[in-house]
Design a protein. Sequence first.
Length: 83
Amino acid sequence: MPEHVAPLQLIGVAALALATVAWVVVLMRVLRHTRRGANAWHTARVLPGHPHPLQAGPPREAVELTPAEQDAFAGLVRRLGRR
């Protein structure tokens, strides 16, 4: 044991090294578990806990604009585009 290092400092360094090793082991297990779970989700193509949509949204509607309405809309877009 070096003379210039207190025993409490050596114990602290050893504890930090042990905590680092434990953290890496736990992190690897979590990542491995997450990867397995992600693969299962991709094969099922369904997210657990989310209901399936019962129906699609409402059908899209389209309205034909008169030439005057088209000009007014174009003027509105130009005015808003300047801001």
